[in-house]
Design a protein around this ligand. Structure first.
Ligand code: D6G
Length: 843
């Protein structure tokens, strides 16, 4: 029998495709040593592992620089339409390995580092995650940047350089505690500060109506300093820019207001301005109307629009076009995509610049604005929709409030003409919501101010049209589109699961990495026993590797033969981690009731962060860890059931656990999860899905065949029907003895003996006011889990189902998603033209 390949050897296999020439290896070693010496100022006697990581990062970064300069130069020469993706979140994770892969350098680096007596994977583990996002929305932005660069689009990501990203989650005594994410402590080798492009952003002040038009005066100024991060495409020489703004106080900040003696106070107060980019708000799918957050939203928008307009004015066809009026060509040259309503202020800000500064008349400015902007809706949950109180908005952005009022006035005038006398419709469609306090509905502003509005999966786009934006759809149905989310197959297959990428490439070549639909060719091998064995072996190796990781890092032992049943995502009631808990406890009770019966062993892993202010989510984490305490220490259970809470779930942990999963839990109440993207990552990595007909699960079932997923529970129509009739949780509690037992155990302190009342809020919610109807899907979920066990008993059939899922996952590449945005929203065409190789600096 051949000895199994080491990880390094495995990575080399795939690197047959990123060939490591001897010259490359020698050059990398040389560059590494130079950086260790000149950049880190160390030698090998005193260098720490982190020094080695930085030396390698700088070595790899050197390979980006020429391509980056060349790409940006090329955009100035060719002047293509530029795409600007505005987002309050970019959840990038780590950069080193992704860069090596996209530049085709991984094998050369692997070999060089090996020859230097170091371990590449160990160095990669030193890198901090760039955690500038909460969950799916921020990670989607990161996947989109990868795809836009790979598809050769002249694209920019614009956001905020938070000094603290999403908090680090620690579990203490079973509870979540938060720690600050000081991700920049050791420096960030990937960013380039650009103080030379610093821009002013104005806040507060008042509006003056003068003979020369409207002026916003007496404002406070904060400077926006850009930090640029290169975004390489996959092996195409394109390197785009993600530009993140950092807040800097101007040097005269507060000094006018203070007397000479208060100089020290004034300098200390610079923090007030610089707090704008201090920290990411840790809410997922939840609106918290804090003034600092509104400042962040305007800060990114105001700096970005100045930057966009500066570039437009310097372009060939911009304002310098003698044939056409200024800004007429703006929408032909500029697209602005709003990632949710968070950057919605781009709409009134662009209007302010065009009308007040550039002196366009209102109608022309409005046409330009609408043609430029497009809006992506990410949720229909009412608690997530941004509705800013007018009093706050007015104080911070008085001119923008006037502009919003004017937009609303003209919008309602149009509606009134279409529906004379329909005052209720006017109230429903207004950008302004009456009440205490009066609020601006940011989603309405986005719909009115954009030429395209899209949802993120077909079912979600349909729901958007028939519910939250129904009145708007009645008036402008052509505005509404669907763009089903996707994930980048580079990070989410090649990087995180090289073993699987390798055996796929052996069968169908490696073009699938940029054309994921090619995965359907794998169906030709559905009866190929050797391939089935390879797929099963890769999964088993990934499971073993993850088990070893858990043992090393967390001292927990799990059974690699068990089903790895994984639910990783933010903790939220609508995502129903509680339903998963009910299954765990039911399974536990069945083992206890019949200890000698055979059960298919399971390791249930749940991970995710709770928003620090979300009481119920934090209690859910405590319940999971408490159930784990009881189950994991019960000798009768043994290794037939284990419950693991995966601490501090983040991009880099996703890259480890997803390739090791057998079963992916996607169990939100139908109609609540707009798309999901974790679901797609599991599918691509050979896990089977147990899920509801919600979000992109619906399309996954369509692509792979519904019989190849474990679909259960209420459909959207069933949920609606139940809402009409009324949902009565107690009815299920009384009718289903196993459910009753589980709830009674939680209620009586079976999992919290020292504090029997611990979970009373959970039980009360489930029984009396559960918006997400957990009990209604309990029975279907439990029997669906039995089907999972049944299939798992037949390893060959299980693996064939896995292959059918991988083969059906082509649609979920973010390359496909971005191609659709490009053609149907931005009016640009992806290109596979390789930008000419970079210019090296000359003497
Ligand atoms: C990036 C790369 C660099 C380029 C700079 C400015 O930092 O080569 O000069 O962006 O680009 P624009 O903002 O002028 O497009």
């Amino acid at each position: 029998m051949a000895t199994p390949l080491t990880d390094q050897e495995k990575r080399k296999q795939i690197s047959v495709r990123g060939i490591a020439g001897l010259g490359d290896v020698a050059e990398i070693k040389k560059s590494f040593n130079r950086h260790l010496h000149f950049t880190l100022v160390k030698d090998r006697n005193v260098a720490t592992p982190r020094d080695y990581f930085f030396a390698l990062a700088h070595t790899v970064r050197d390979h980006l620089v020429g391509r980056w300069i060349r790409t940006q130069q090329y955009y100035y020469e060719k002047d293509p339409k530029r795409i600007h993706y505005l987002s309050l979140e970019f959840y990038m994770g780590r950069t080193l390995q992704n860069t090596m892969i996209n530049l085709g350098l991984q094998n050369a680096c692997d070999e060089a580092i090996y020859q230097l007596g170091l371990d590449l994977e160990e160095l990669e583990e030193i890198e901090e995650d760039a955690g500038l996002g909460n969950g799916g929305l921020g990670r989607l932005a990161a996947c989109f940047l990868d795809s836009m660069a790979t598809l050769g689009l002249a694209a920019y990501g614009y956001g905020i350089r938070y000094e603290f990203g999403i908090f680090n989650q620690k579990i203490s005594n079973g509870w979540q505690v938060e720690e600050a994410d000081d991700w920049l402590r050791y420096g960030n080798p990937w960013e380039k500060a650009r103080p030379e492009y610093m821009l002013p952003v104005h806040f507060y002040g008042r509006v003056e109506h003068t003979g020369e038009g409207v002026k916003w005066v007496d404002t406070q100024v904060v400077l926006a300093m850009p930090y640029d991060t290169p975004v390489p495409g996959y092996k195409n020489n394109t390197v785009n820019t993600m530009r993140l703004w950092s807040a800097k106080a101007p040097n005269d900040f507060n000094l006018q207001e203070f007397n000479v003696g208060d100089y020290i106070e004034a300098v200390l107060d610079r923090n007030l301005a610089e707090n704008i980019s201090r920290v990411l708000y840790p809410n997922d799918n939840f609106f918290e109307g804090k003034e600092l957050r509104l400042k962040q939203e305007y800060f990114v928008v105001a700096a970005t629009l100045q930057d966009i307009i500066r570039r437009f004015k310097s372009s060939k066809f911009g304002c310098r076009d003698p044939v056409r009026t200024s800004f007429e060509t703006f929408p032909e040259k500029v697209a602005i995509q709003l990632n949710d309503t968070h950057p919605a202020l781009a709409i009134p800000e662009l209007m302010r610049i065009l009308v007040d500064v550039e002196k366009l008349d209102w109608d022309k400015a409005w046409e330009v604005t609408v043609q430029t902007c497009a809006y992506t809706n990410h949720t229909v949950l009412p608690e997530a929709l941004e509705r800013w109180p007018i009093y706050m908005f007015e104080k911070l952005l008085p001119r923008h409030l006037q502009i919003v009022y004017e937009i609303n006035h003209r919008h309602l005038q149009k509606i009134a003409e279409l529906y004379p006398g329909d005052n209720d419709r006017l109230r429903r469609m207004s950008l302004i919501e009456e009440g205490d306090p009066k609020r601006i509905n940011m989603a309405h502003l986005c719909v009115v101010g954009s030429h395209a509005v899209n949802g993120v999966a077909q079912i979600h786009s349909d729901i958007v049209k028939s519910t939250v934006f129904k009145d708007f759809h009645d008036v402008e149905p052509e505005k509404f589109q669907n763009k089903t989310n996707g994930i980048t197959p580079r990070r989410w297959l090649l990087l995180c699961n090289p073993g699987l990428a390798d055996i796929i490439a052996e069968k169908i070549g490696e073009d699938f990495l940029t054309d994921l639909f090619q995965l359907k060719k794998l169906l030709d091998f559905i009866d190929d026993d050797a391939f089935i064995r390879d797929v099963a072996n890769v999964k088993q190796e990934n499971k073993q590797k993850f088990a070893a990781y858990l043992e090393k890092e967390y001292k927990v032992k799990i059974n690699p033969e068990s089903i790895f049943d994984v639910q990783v995502k933010r903790i939220h009631e609508y995502k129903r981690q509680l339903l998963n808990c009910l299954h765990i406890i039911t399974f536990y009770n069945r083992i206890k009731k019949d200890p000698n019966k055979h059960f298919v062993p399971r390791t249930v892993m749940i991970g995710g962060k709770a928003a620090p202010g979300y009481h119920m989510a934090k209690l859910i984490i405590k319940l999971i860890t408490s159930v784990g305490q009881v189950v994991n220490n019960d000798l009768v259970v043994g290794d037939r059931l284990k419950v693991i809470f995966l601490e501090n779930y983040r991009v880099s942990l996703a890259e480890k656990v997803i390739p090791a999963a057998d079963l992916s839990e996607q169990i939100s109440t139908a109609g609540t999860e707009a798309s999901g993207t974790g679901n797609m990552k599991f599918m691509l990595n050979g896990a089977l899905t147990i899920g509801t007909m919600d979000g992109a699960n619906v399309e996954m079932a369509e692509e792979a065949g519904e019989e190849n997923l474990f679909i259960f529970g209420m459909r959207v129509e069933d949920v609606e029907e139940m809402d009409r009739k009324g949902y009565n949780a107690k009815e299920y509690y009384e009718r289903l003895p196993e459910l009753r037992q589980v709830i009674d155990q939680i209620r009586s302190g079976f999992f919290s003996p020292k504090e029997p009342e611990m979970f009373k809020d959970v039980v009360n919610m489930l029984l009396n006011n559960d918006r997400f109807k957990v009990f209604a899907d309990y029975e279907a979920y439990i029997s669906c889990q039995e089907k999972v066990n049944e299939l798992y008993r037949n390893p060959k059939e299980w693996t064939k189902t896995v292959i059918r899922n991988i083969a059906g996952s082509g649609k979920f590449s973010s390359d496909r998603t971005i191609t659709e945005y490009a053609r149907e929203i931005w009016g640009v065409e992806p290109s596979d033209v390789k930008i000419p190789p970079p210019n090296e600096p000359r003497d």
